[in-house]
Ligand binder design. Structure first.
Ligand code: ADP
Length: 673
């Protein structure tokens, strides 16, 4: 190595401990000495580097062919050697070998300055390389730069991101815009749904409000009234002010009543509830009113949750009270039926199924646990009434005719004879049921026996009276002959009147006798063929002889043969004429006519009398029936009854037409054969 001048040792020593990093190089660029800090910074020792060429001691890092600052430092040193002027360098990377790791370098950055120290002759004695290890600074700077770059990068990234964000934002905005539109649409939809809802709710409300049936809507756990329509408010005896109040606030009297449980039951379970005749007490018109209501409750849902209850009420108080009254009267009727020896029966006209109360079964002798059949019933009824009963049944089925018939039965168990009265009428089949022929069955055995006894008595008395009356009449006739001989006009007159009275009495007694005979079935119809014209002539003669105060006009009658009981038909015509006389004013005219109609001989007696009201007409032919307003005219109400019985036994018809104050016409007709 070429050694030139060397700095004095004491300076070198001093420099070694200097707080700077420096190297002292010979003009041949050999290392003369290094400071401690230099050694520390280069991780080397004085021994390892002093005396060595700078680039031998600190060779270039082969891994950094271009980046390493060796070239630049050499150029700077050459510049100093040439110019002998200091040269300052920018920060250089100049890696130093890693002593502990041969072949490897430690990254180092330096900012070297090369200052020549000249000797007296102006030649370079040595070069001091002052350097600062700026590695940390550079690395920091680099890190900073990196971070700056990173920052920039990240900024760029952020920018990018921002841009992305912006575009995303734009997209978002667009999306938002779309969303907005969508939302608007949705809102529109929702709105329109709401509208629909609102419309349907409005419809729902108006439906309730306008409904004539009492309706209400409750909402929520405390049953707040949402709607009560007018009809409901009327039921509740409240005003619309209760809408918005809870049930107990609005209708406090309802508390504790069973209807509340029903309402809550529907609210909690969603079950549909229809209650018939629910008793409800409402404070109405200033007092507690008890009523009966048919109530329907339906749960109201929103989002499949129960939110309320719709209530409908129909006031059935009147019906319930009427039904209760009916049940009461039915009960009373049952008692009356039981004590009145009556029973009930009914026949379904379609199926002929018979139901009858135990009393009827007992009367007929049908065991209570056995069904009643038509055959069994007919078996119990006396044969002679079978056709009457069949006719009545047929009439009921075909013409819905009511019936009221009496007949004799024989108990199927005891063979005891009984008399019964069966009344009934057809009830149309309602609600898909078949029509029913329903009625009462009355045990009239005792009544019949009483009547029988009475008839027997009347018959007996009439019979007993007839004998003295016949002899009285005979005596009167003898006396009349005597008076005629004596030409005693007064006695003749008196006897004539007495004779009339006896005749009247005879007619009366005959009437009673006939009734009694009729009742006991002893009346006998003897049919014969005769000419009605002949009978008419006889009746006319008799009338002329006996009726003085009325004008009786007989229409001419052609020959008209009939098969009938001549006496009894004559008796009927006489009865009708004597009634016409009795019930019409003196001097009025009575028309009697006989003509042919519908293969029958029809006889009519027309008067100009007081007339008969419509309500009495049908009853005139009943036994002992007399119209109330004729109490001043004597009679027993048996004449028309007997006439009707006689005509019926001829299979004929008898009827009356009349109007109060305008006279009456009584007619009968009997078939020719
Ligand atoms: P009686 O004449 O004895 O009362 P009837 O059986 O003959 O009984 O008549 C029944 C009732 O019918 C009479 O009481 C009378 O009220 C009414 N009646 C009968 N014929 C006539 C008539 N021609 N005009 C008005 N009423 C009559």
């Amino acid at each position: 190595m070429l050694e030139t001048t060397k700095p004095p040792a004491e300076i070198l020593k001093a420099l070694e401990t200097a707080p700077n990093i420096y190297l002292v190089l010979s003009p041949g660029l050999y290392i003369l000495t290094a400071s401690d800090l230099y050694l520390k910074a280069t991780k080397s020792t004085r021994k390892a580097i002093v005396g060595k060429h700078i680039f031998e001691a600190f060779p270039a890092n082969p891994d950094l062919p271009d980046a390493d600052g060796v070239q630049n430092i050499n150029a700077s040193l050459q510049e100093v050697l040439r110019t002998k002027k200091p040269h300052y360098m920018r920060i250089q990377r100049y890696d130093v070998p890693d002593i502990s790791n041969p072949g490897k370098f430690i990254q180092r950055y330096w900012d070297p300055s090369h200052t020549p120290v000249l000797d007296d002759s102006g030649n370079i004695s040595y070069i001091i390389q002052l350097a600062a290890n700026v590695t940390d600074k550079v690395l920091t700077e680099q890190a900073l730069e990196k971070s700056r770059l990173q920052e920039q990068e990240s900024l760029a990234h952020v920018k990018e991101l921002n841009e992305a964000l912006v575009s995303a934002n734009n997209q978002l905005r667009q999306t938002q815009g779309n969303l907005h539109i969508l939302n608007a649409g949705l809102e529109e939809i929702v709105h329109s749904r709401t509208k629909e809802l609102a419309i349907s709710e409005a419809k729902f409300k108006s439906l309730i409000m306008q409904n004539p049936i009492a309706m209400q809507v409750y909402r929520g756990d405390d049953m707040t009234f949402e709607i009560n329509n007018d009809a409901m408010l009327q039921f509740l005896g409240k005003t619309a002010e209760i809408n918005g109040k809870t049930l107990f606030e609005g209708v406090p009297e309802i508390m504790g009543q069973p209807i509340v449980d029903s309402l809550y039951h529907v609210y909690h379970t969603g079950e549909q509830l229809d209650i018939t005749a629910m008793p409800v007490m409402i404070h109405r018109n200033g007092h507690d009113e008890h009523g009966y209501y048919n109530v329907s409750y339906r749960a109201l849902y929103y989002d499949s949750k129960i939110t309320g209850v719709l209530g409908i009420a129909i006031d059935v108080t009147a019906q319930v009270i009427a039904r209760q009254a009916l049940e009461e009267s039915e009960e009373k009727l049952k008692v009356a039926i039981a004590t009145g020896r009556m029973g009930t029966w009914s026949i379904e006209l379609d199926t002929k199924q018979i139901t009858m109360s135990d009393f009827v079964k007992d009367l007929l002798g049908i065991p209570a646990d056995e069904p009643a059949t038509v055959e069994k019933i007919m078996q119990a009824i006396d044969l002679e009434y079978h056709s009457d009963i069949n006719n009545a049944l047929k009439d009921a089925a075909d013409n819905h005719q009511a019936c009221d018939i009496e007949y004799a039965i024989r108990n199927l168990q005891t063979n005891e004879q009984k008399w019964v009265r069966a009344t009934g009428r057809v009830f149309p089949g309602l609600y898909g049921k078949s029509a029913q022929f329903t009625g009462m069955f009355i045990d009239i055995t005792e009544q019949k026996k009483d009547e029988q006894r009475k008839n027997d008595f009347i018959g007996m008395v009439s019979h007993e009276l007839k004998t003295p009356l016949t002899s009285l009449k005979a005596y009167l006739q003898v006396l009349e002959i005597k008076a005629q001989k004596n030409d005693d006009t007064f006695v003749m007159n008196a006897l004539g009147k007495s004779n009339n009275q006896v005749n009247k009495m005879t007619t009366m007694i005959n009437g009673f006798l006939n009734v009694s005979r009729l009742e006991s079935g002893k009346i006998h119809i003897s049919i014969q063929r005769f000419d009605m014209a002949g009978l008419f002539k006889e009746v006319e003669d008799e009338s002329i002889a006996t009726i003085a105060n009325h004008k009786v006009v007989f229409s001419p009658v052609d020959e008209l043969f009939v098969n009938a009981d001549r006496d009894k038909i004559g008796q009927v015509i006489n009865n009708l004429i004597s009634n016409a006389v009795k019930y019409s004013p003196q001097g009025s005219t009575i028309h009697v006519a006989c003509q042919v109609a519908d293969k029958c001989a029809r006889v009519c007696v027309k008067d100009e009398g007081m007339g008969i009201s419509a309500k009495d007409i049908d009853k005139l032919f009943d036994r002992y029936y007399r119209v109330n307003n004729n109490t001043n005219i004597s009679g027993f109400g048996i004449g028309l009854y007997l006439s009707a019985e006689i005509i019926n036994r001829h299979k004929g018809k008898i009827w009356a037409k009349s109007e109060i104050g305008k006279g009456s016409t009584f007619c009968f007709s009997i078939p020719f054969n």
